[in-house]
Design a protein around this ligand. Structure first.
Ligand code: GAL
Length: 440
């Protein structure tokens, strides 16, 4: 079994791998990558395929459909059941999934993040089958970065096929609104620069920051990004192996900065979902939004143009880091439509599907051989960042720490946004890290 102690050690190895292997250079495709899959003959007869996810926002749904389209072109007789549970970040979907898994009602395949979410919630209880042979058959070990494979591996077996890698520490802005206020953003934005601009905007009657935290994870992500920006990637990684405590001075300073940022958010933040906050930004209701680049999917779905309607920088202070929020799918143990599912994984791990999906989703390919010409300015910027920056795992989206810590963080954030009590916030996270087995 995959006990807490083993998970901590595994995470340490993972984090080392992440920091040390930030060296992916997208290259030309190897010949024959799109060869016809060997298992497809078995599916000539059709049947079904249930795909479980939380991709329901405009951009998310469009990108998911692109995956379905590539699959259906190869397997036209398979009926796809699009099993979605709305709620950004999977906050509503995961409990539904857990109930189904516990009751033996296994979806064929479901959306998952690598790291603790995959290994702790699905591999450890035996809910998924390994897919290592698929990697071997398709030659994916040569094109999927080692840093990603390490996050999906347990005891030498791979358990996930990743379709895209989001950059979690995005900071998006309404370019026209800022220009109207005489503000131009450079290549990077420091914490101090952000606060100076926020003051200026506030004085002009413009809401500086849009937040949509009807799902509290969105505010937790604002904190996660701010934490990375204030303490830097090495110290951030140290939080997950216990070498850094949540009550150390720089971490508390990050909490203070987060609290100050909340002073500039929209009054209706708690009534909005993450994508409604992005829409508010597009509509000129606020200037900035801190969000993973699934926000890009909303811009593109609304017909907005990179560097004209919207711009981006790294979340203040996080330039030089790439917060990994990778999305993939698994093979359910007991999947009712096993062959169809294996072919689904085969398709979404391939270049064609990833080149169709990621431009709409905002993430970059999980393989190094996608054609850069098929991606616009934002994606090329993100690919460069992935290749050269420090890679760090998200806690808010389940990769860096066990699910009980993720929940405790959401709970602590829920309290902090109201009371702004840094000591209580720090103490709650110290206790949660200890009880999750990685904190000291
Ligand atoms: C993340 C997921 C992204 C995006 C986001 C908002 O957990 O990795 O693909 O869907 O939630 O729903």
């Amino acid at each position: 079994m995959f006990g807490k102690r083993t998970l901590s050690t595994g995470t340490l190895i993972l984090l080392l791998a992440l920091v040390m292997t930030a060296c992916v250079a997208p290259q030309a495709a190897p010949a024959g990558e799109q060869a016809a899959p060997s298992g497809e003959q078995a599916q000539a007869g059709g049947g079904k395929l249930e795909v479980f996810s939380w991709w329901t926002s405009g951009g998310e749904a469009a990108a998911l459909q692109a995956l379905f389209d590539v699959y259906s072109a190869r397997y036209p007789n398979v009926e796809i059941i699009n099993a979605t549970v709305a709620g950004g970040g999977g906050s509503a979907a995961r409990p539904v999934l857990q109930t189904r898994l516990a009751g033996g009602d296994v979806p064929d395949t479901w959306q998952v993040h690598p790291g603790y979410e995959l290994l702790g919630q699905y591999v450890e209880p035996g809910y998924v089958e390994p897919v290592t042979s698929l990697y071997q058959e398709e030659g994916w070990e040569a094109v999927v970065p080692e840093a990603l494979r390490a996050m999906m591996t347990k005891d030498g077996e791979l358990y996930q096929v990743t379709v895209g890698v989001h950059r979690g520490n995005g900071f998006w802005y309404n370019k026209k609104l800022l220009a109207e206020n005489g503000i131009e953003i450079g290549a990077t934005l420091s914490v101090d620069e952000f606060f100076a601009i926020a003051e200026q905007l506030k004085a002009a009657g413009v809401t500086p920051l849009c937040v949509g935290d009807s799902g509290i994870w969105a505010s937790a992500q604002l904190f996660e990004n701010t934490l990375l920006g204030v303490i830097g990637p090495e110290r951030y990684n140290g939080l997950w192996d216990g070498s850094v405590r949540f009550d150390e001075p720089d971490v508390k300073q990050a909490m203070e900065v987060y609290g100050r940022m909340l002073d500039y958010q929209n009054d209706d933040h708690a009534a909005l979902s993450w994508d409604q906050a992005v829409k508010k930004l597009m509509d000129g209701g606020c200037a900035f939004n801190s969000m993973g680049d699934w926000a890009y999917g909303e811009f593109v779905n609304a017909g907005k143009v990179d560097n004209e309607d919207f711009g981006w920088v790294s979340h203040p202070g996080t330039d030089g880091s790439f917060m990994i929020v990778a999305d993939g799918f698994v093979l359910g143990n007991g999947a009712p439509n096993r062959e169809n599912t294996i072919n689904w994984l085969r398709v979404i791990g391939g270049k064609e599907a990833q080149e169709a999906f990621n431009p709409l989703k905002g993430s970059i390919c999980a393989r190094t051989d996608c054609d850069r010409a098929k991606f616009g300015p934002y994606h090329n910027w993100s690919m460069d960042s992935f290749a050269k920056d420090a890679l760090v795992p998200t806690v808010v989206h389940g990769s860096a720490a066990p699910a009980d810590f993720q929940q405790a963080l959401n709970d602590a954030v829920t309290v902090f946004v109201v009371d702004k009590n840094v000591d209580a916030f720090a103490n709650a996270l110290v206790a949660a890290a200890q009880s999750s087995g990685f904190g000291r």
